[in-house]
Ligand binder design. Structure first.
Ligand SMILES: O=C(O)CCC(=O)C(=O)O
Ligand SMILES: [Fe+2]
Length: 366
C-alpha cells in the first residue's frame, strides 16, 4: 500500500489506454475517443501507456531533474529566474495556492524566447527566456516534454471523436500552443501526510488549459489526490478561483503510482470549451514519507487564442482569452516574484487587450 499512513481516501482503479501511432478517424479511433471521454467523465483521470522511447526519455529527464534539485547549490537554483517569463526555479514555500504556501521545489518551463524575440521586446506578459540551470537538464527535459506534445495532439483528436464534434474543434487552438511543464520535487514529509500545513505539497487546484500529462518516480512516494466529477461540485476557475476548493473535505481519491504510464487530467479550458461535459480535474499533492519527483506537462491553447464554447451559440459569445487566464493564474500563484512585480510596474497587463495578443499567429507591430 502506497497511500500515506493515516489518510482516508478511496483508491482509484484506472483504465490504461494505448494511443495509436496516428489518429485517422477510423472506427477504432472513434471507439477509443468514446472510451476516453467516458473514463474522464467517470474518474476525472485516465492513464496512457508510455511507449519504449517515452520510458527512456522519462527516466533520463527524471535523473537529470534529481541531479538538478540535489546537486545545484541553493543560490544557483535561486538565480534561475527571469523578469519577463514565469519560467525557472520556484523554491519550496514560494508558490501560493488558494492563499497558502506550497512545499514543492519546482522548475517551470515555458516557451523559451530570446530577449531579441519581437514578443519579448514588445513586453508581452509571460513571454521571455527560460533560465535553464545547465544544458544537460535542458536537453533531457525538452526532449521528454517535446515528445509529449504529440500525445497531447492525439488525445485532443480522440476527444473530438469521442464528443462527436468537428475535426479541429479543439486542435485549432493549439497551433503554436503555450505548452509548458513543471518539474517537481516533493521533499519527504512526516506522518501527517498531506494533512494540514506540515503535510502539504500543493494545495487543491485545477490547471489552466486543456490537458495535464504527468509522470512520477518512486513507487511508494506518490501522493496525488483527485476529485471525481460530481454534479453537486460546480466550479469555474476562470471566473472564481478553484484553488483551495474542498481542501480538507471528504471525497478525495488517491491515485496509486503505476510504472510505465502517464496520467492525464483535464484543465479549465477543456471544461469551458465543452460546457462542462468534461470538467477540469481538482487535484492536490500531499507529502509522503519519501521524496517524490514528478514532471507535469501542460498541453495548452495558443497564448493568443480566444476560446469559444463548442456548439450552438458559442461563436457569438465573448470567449476567454487563454493568455489572460494564464497570466492571472501566474500573478495569483507568484505574487512576489520579480516577474509579477515587473508586469505590474510596467503596466504590461493592459497589453493583453491588444488585438495582436488576441489573434493567433499575429506578431507585434514594429
Ligand atoms: O505532482 C503532481 O503529480 C501534480 C503536480 C501539479 O498538480 C501541478 O504541477 O500543477
Ligand atoms: Fe496541477
Amino acid at each position: 500500500m502506497t497511500m500515506p499512513p493515516g489518510f482516508q481516501a478511496d483508491i482509484a482503479q484506472l483504465d490504461t489506454f494505448q494511443l495509436p501511432a496516428r489518429v485517422t478517424g477510423s472506427a477504432s479511433d472513434r471507439a477509443l475517443g468514446t472510451a476516453l471521454v467516458r473514463a474522464w467523465r467517470r474518474d476525472g483521470i485516465v492513464q496512457i501507456a508510455m511507449d519504449a522511447r517515452q520510458t527512456q526519455l522519462w527516466a533520463a529527464a527524471a535523473a537529470a531533474a534529481t541531479r538538478f534539485f540535489h546537486q545545484t547549490p541553493a543560490a544557483a537554483k535561486a538565480a534561475c529566474v527571469d523578469a519577463h517569463s514565469y519560467a525557472g526555479y520556484v523554491a519550496s514555500g514560494e508558490e501560493v495556492t488558494g492563499g497558502v504556501a506550497d512545499h514543492a521545489e519546482i522548475f517551470t518551463v515555458t516557451k523559451d524566447l530570446a530577449h531579441s524575440d519581437a514578443r519579448v521586446r514588445a513586453r508581452w506578459p509571460c513571454h521571455g527566456p527560460c533560465p535553464w540551470p545547465d544544458m544537460d537538464f535542458k536537453a533531457h527535459v525538452v526532449r521528454y516534454t517535446d515528445r509529449l506534445g504529440a500525445d497531447g495532439e492525439a488525445l485532443l483528436q480522440l476527444v473530438e471523436l469521442g464528443l462527436g464534434v468537428a475535426r479541429g474543434a479543439l486542435t485549432r487552438y493549439t497551433r503554436d500552443g503555450w505548452h509548458h511543464a513543471r518539474v517537481l520535487r516533493f521533499p519527504p514529509g512526516n506522518a501527517t501526510n498531506g494533512r494540514g500545513r506540515a503535510g502539504r505539497g500543493i494545495g487543491s487546484h485545477t490547471d489552466y488549459g486543456l490537458l495535464v500529462i504527468a509522470a512520477q518516480n518512486e513507487v511508494g512516494g506518490k501522493c496525488l489526490f483527485i476529485r471525481r466529477p460530481a454534479q453537486d461540485e460546480q466550479f469555474a476557475n476562470w471566473e472564481t478561483s478553484a484553488a483551495g476548493l474542498r481542501e480538507d473535505a471528504a471525497g478525495w481519491v488517491y491515485v496509486p503510482p503505476v510504472a510505465g504510464v502517464h496520467t492525464v487530467l483535464l484543465g479549465d479550458m477543456m471544461q469551458y470549451l465543452t460546457r462542462n461535459r468534461l470538467t477540469a480535474t481538482p487535484h492536490k499533492v500531499g507529502l509522503n514519507t519519501r521524496e517524490r519527483l514528478a514532471i507535469a506537462y501542460f498541453h495548452e491553447p495558443s497564448f493568443q487564442a480566444v476560446l469559444r464554447p463548442l456548439g450552438a451559440g458559442g461563436a457569438a459569445t465573448e470567449g476567454i482569452h487563454y493568455g489572460t487566464h494564464f497570466t492571472n493564474m501566474c500573478m495569483r500563484n507568484y505574487p512576489d516574484r520579480i516577474t509579477t512585480r515587473r508586469l505590474v510596474a510596467e503596466d504590461r497587463y493592459r497589453l493583453l487587450e491588444r488585438p495582436e495578443l488576441r489573434t493567433m499567429g499575429a506578431v507585434p507591430p514594429c
